[in-house]
Write a protein that binds this ligand. Structure first.
Ligand SMILES: [Zn+2]
Length: 549
């Protein structure tokens, strides 16, 4: 069997083995009883297993579970397609995996010699259900997560070939890849065979639970530590994607255009790009084009020769020259004057510039990172921005997500800012209360990370030394200090308009108000009643009415 693989055969014969007996409460695959499960059930089961047994043991259990299923299907394969070419008989494994809704298998290469029992195979897995439920529960993983499926592949191939074959994932959707890729070889051909085999041996689960749990906790903490890089903090899928795109660009000199709303931290990403590049030991120079008056920007960027204009009594290099060998970051590049745009275009095309009032041409070697929150294409249409410059800048554009699109990163970012600003303000704090953290997660962050930093800094100033940052330190305006201080009419009207627009019904609103009040009062009915301006008896009545509709 060579690398030239035919397509998978039709699977009608396999599908015919699947029989539903809804009235009997049974499903069959040939002689085997099957059960149709929701993937959400398996997600919950898997979560419990990980949390009570630790990742390693959960992984082993699932691998062995898949292994058994694979062995059974290898027997089915021999019975179902006894006289077919070897590849077709083998295909029962991948096809059964597909038919049971677990994963789509695309064979990439396969070398099998049935007499010498050699096997080597590479397969691609698309829409793996295990990766999907892992991502839904935990987000992107550092290690492959399709454990029962890999066990299945090993079990099937081992029984099929009569020789111990182990599969492993070379890449996994659970790690943020588009598809999984698996490879199978005889066990002794893996360098870390012993490590792989460990998962295939049953173990006694009763002991060591506590040890394992603490190991899992330690592992998780390590993961979090590895995921922060300078001021770049986060573990959400969107964040990791951007970081990966930048890492790819870092090695080359390609001009990078960072897009995204104000305050998303484009400057931090530009700096990280520089630090991740071979230019890291050379200067990183940042210029905010909007902060420099239009008539000075050219002098700032390209430098001035003595006598170029009144007041230029000394020659000085511009930011481009100062960034020589390193990275120049041009923030709000859409604000550049037409002359500055023309000069910038020339530097990008020729890698050389002239200082104002100079006739000499100077060579510069600068990696340019530009950023804008503007729609530059629209600016081109309006004649405010040169199309040829946009074309030069837009070689490799990366959109930095808004904070509300990566809300899972808020807790980590918040902790990062607490560390940063508490030392700045000479305070020692015991972190952020749960309620304050919940409010941070609920907020929609129009000002993005910059706003988060500002809010945390204010919270640190307001919090008592030695205490925690509370919700009222972060959002004082959202917390009426007492019930008697009623919100003003205009605010109430606005709120009512919004609720009506969303089709919120009065009864639903009442329920939410009561729930929130009970939550705030820590379940104390008298206190909740006071918050709502009701008597205790009235609230008690409403709660009871709701409990027994
Ligand atoms: Zn996978």
């Amino acid at each position: 069997m060579s690398n030239e693989l035919p397509d998978l055969p039709a699977l009608d014969d396999l599908q015919e083995l699947l029989r539903f007996e809804p009235e009997e409460g049974r499903i069959w695959l040939a002689e085997e009883r099957m059960v149709l499960l929701r993937s959400s059930e398996l997600q919950a089961l898997r979560k419990e297993m990980i949390e009570s047994l630790g990742i390693d043991r959960a992984k082993g259990l699932l691998i062995r579970m898949g292994y058994i299923a694979g062995q059974r299907d290898a027997d089915t394969a021999r019975r179902l397609r006894p006289d077919a070419p070897m590849f077709e008989t083998f295909s029962v494994g991948p096809q059964s995996h597909m038919m049971t809704g677990q994963v789509k298998v695309v064979p990439v290469s396969m070398d099998v010699d049935e007499t010498s029992k050699t096997f080597h195979g590479v397969f691609e897995w698309q829409h793996s259900f295990e990766a999907e439920i892992f991502l839904a529960e935990y987000g992107v993983s550092y290690e492959p997560v399709c454990w029962s499926q890999i066990g299945y592949a090993s079990g099937f191939t081992t029984r099929f070939t009569g020789r111990q074959i182990l599969f492993r994932e070379l890449g996994c959707m659970g790690c943020g890849e588009k598809v999984c890729r698996i490879e199978g070889r005889p066990v002794e051909e893996w360098d870390d065979a012993e490590e792989l085999l460990r998962y295939y041996r049953p173990d006694r689960i009763a002991d060591q639970l506590f040890t394992l749990q603490s190991q899992v906790t330690a592992l998780r903490e390590n993961l979090t530590a590895e995921q922060s890089f300078g001021d770049l903090v986060g573990c959400s899928a969107k964040f990791l994607k951007v970081r990966e795109l930048l890492a790819r660009a870092a090695e080359s000199k390609v001009t990078v255009l960072l897009l995204g709303e104000t305050g998303v931290g484009k400057d931090m990403f530009a700096k990280a790009l520089h630090q991740g590049s071979p230019r890291r030991d050379k200067p990183f120079i940042a210029v905010n084009c909007a902060a420099i008056p239009a008539d000075l920007i050219e002098a700032e960027l390209f430098g001035v020769e003595k006598g170029a204009y009144t007041g230029a009594d000394q020659s000085r290099p511009g930011r481009f020259e100062r960034a020589h060998g390193g990275t120049l970051f041009l923030d709000e590049v859409g604000e550049l004057s037409p002359q500055a745009q023309a000069a910038l275009l020339r530097v990008l095309q020729e890698s050389e510039l002239e200082r104002l009032g100079d006739t000499r041409t100077r060579k510069v070697d600068v990696r340019l990172v530009a950023a804008t929150n503007e729609d530059l294409e629209e600016a081109v249409r309006q004649g405010r921005f040169r199309a040829d410059l946009l074309y030069r800048l837009n070689v490799y554009s990366v959109t930095v997500p808004a904070l509300r699109e990566r809300i899972d990163d808020v807790p980590e970012l918040a902790r990062h800012f607490v560390d940063k600003y508490s030392s700045l303000h000479g305070k020692i704090l015991r972190g952020i209360t749960d309620r304050a953290m919940a409010m941070l997660r609920d907020y929609h962050w129009p000002g993005n990370i910059r706003e988060l930093g500002n809010i945390i800094e204010r919270g640190i100033i307001l919090a008592d030394n030695g205490g925690q940052i509370e919700a009222s330190h972060l959002f004082p305006q959202a917390m009426p200090s007492s019930v008697s201080e009623a919100p003003n009419e205009a605010e109430l009207n606005q709120l009512a308009e919004r609720l009506l627009e969303q089709g919120c019904e009065l009864s639903a609103l009442e329920q939410v108000l009561i729930d929130r009040a009970m939550e705030r009062a820590g379940g104390n009915i008298s206190r909740a009643a006071k918050l709502l301006g009701l008597t205790r008896a009235t609230l008690d009545y409403r709660l009871k009415k709701r409990a027994s509709p």
